[in-house]
Design a protein. Structure first.
Length: 408
């Protein structure tokens, strides 16, 4: 059993112990039917609430059905009116049922959730019949409306949480799809550049084929290097576009509509940082390792540039009172693989209690994470300290060989 399995087993064991303690206390202070109902419903609610998401749906269905049926059965056997101690146990039983209704509306598939909520709602509605003697059916229906209202409120709360979760999932999917479209457009740019170079060198090789065989060999080696780089770009990009077809018209910018999408690279970072420093209140500093831009693929260079753009934009949007911002770009090694790391650190933020993360509305960060992971890198963003926001990415940099050995 792994660490998460041990943790889940511990939580479940604790929930069972709490449930048993509640049930035993109820048996001491109340009569058996009330104690049994309170123990079963509270225990089912606690177990459903603490179980992890991987098993929550099925378990919630089973627990809700069991608790509701037990509660309805006990109500049918109960002889009102209940005493004060039994009334407290009945309230605990109602609370357990309401929690189960909320969890069913939130996590259980819609069709099954309707059945669970109706059954548990019925059990909650008729609980009030234990508290006093009912003179007529109409009076019983009127008194049951209170429990029904509580059940409806629990359904509304669970359904609201379900809707927000689905909206967030759809927005995240849209961001990822948009990023895949951007990768497809980058594929067009990068391959267009490489294939144009191949064409020019092929034409040169043809023109010198008879007069200068040595020069023809140089041209052919250049064609080989460009072709290998183009194939590498194609392979990395197609992996994330496999099976996805998107409408690009919804994502095009003005520059894209003009048919020109200049790909920014590492060499463009000093100008970007300078513009940000001149136009904002935060002093922005770039620490660019000399020679780090050498042998960096166009996709990696463009991705690093976009990471810095997004990070600086977030500083301006979410930390307008930041005093200093530092951008670091350097080389690193992990085993035999060379990496380029980029870090953006702002020294102060307005609201450290509300960090911008991929789990909030920071969909720009979701897109960056998707792009970095497609290129085989890692991405992280968060508060390194209560007042220091830190964005860091590490991307592999594969050296391009231009000599005859590149074919080996």
């Amino acid at each position: 059993m792994n660490g998460s399995g041990h943790a889940q087993a511990g939580v479940v064991t604790g929930a069972v112990c709490v449930t048993l303690a509640v049930t035993l206390a109820a048996f001491v202070w109340t009569e058996p039917l009330s104690a049994l109902g309170a123990g079963v419903c509270v225990g089912a609610a606690v177990l459903a609430a603490v179980l992890f998401h991987a098993r929550r749906s099925t378990t919630t269905v089973v627990l809700t059905f069991a608790a509701a049926l037990v509660s309805i059965g006990l109500t049918s056997l109960y002889s009102p009116p209940a005493g004060s101690a039994e009334g407290v146990a009945t309230l605990a039983e109602a609370a357990g049922l309401i929690v189960l209704i909320l969890l069913s509306a939130r996590f259980v598939p819609a069709g099954v959730a309707v059945v669970c909520c109706l059954l548990a709602g019925l059990a909650t509605s008729v609980l009030v019949l234990r508290l006093t003697e009912i003179a007529s059916v109409l009076e019983g229906l009127g008194m049951s409306l209170f429990g029904g209202a509580l059940a409806c409120a629990a359904v509304a709360a669970g359904a609201t949480g379900r809707r927000r979760h689905h909206v967030r999932e759809r927005r995240a999917i849209q961001v990822r799809r948009s990023q895949r479209v951007e990768l497809a457009k980058d594929l067009h740019d990068f391959l267009g550049h490489d294939l144009s170079g191949i064409l020019v060198q092929a034409q040169a090789a043809i023109s010198v084929a008879d007069d200068d065989p040595a020069q023809q060999g140089v041209a052919l080696r250049g064609i080989e290097a460009d072709a290998l780089r183009a194939l590498s770009t194609l392979d990395r990009t197609v992996r994330t576009l496999w099976g996805e077809g998107e409408d690009e018209s919804a994502h095009g910018s003005a520059a894209q509509k003009n048919g020109v999408r200049p790909a920014a690279e590492l060499r463009d970072l000093p100008e970007l940082v300078r513009r940000f420093d001149d136009s904002g209140t935060a002093h922005t500093e770039l620490n660019l390792e000399p020679g780090v831009e050498e042998n960096v693929t166009p996709e990696v260079g463009a991705t690093i540039f976009r990471i810095v753009v997004e990070a600086l934009t977030n500083v301006r949007k979410h930390a307008p009172d930041a005093a200093t911002v530092e951008v670091r770009v350097a080389s690193a090694w992990k085993g035999a693989v060379s990496y380029v790391t980029v870090e953006v650190i702002s020294d102060h933020t307005s609201e450290p209690a509300n960090p911008l993360t991929a789990g909030s509305d920071g969909f720009g960060l979701i897109a960056l994470r998707e792009r970095v992971e497609v290129l085989g890198g890692t991405f992280a963003a968060g508060f390194a300290e209560p007042s220091r926001w830190h964005v860091k990415a590490s991307l592999p940099r594969k050296k391009v060989s231009w000599g005859p050995e590149s074919s080996s």
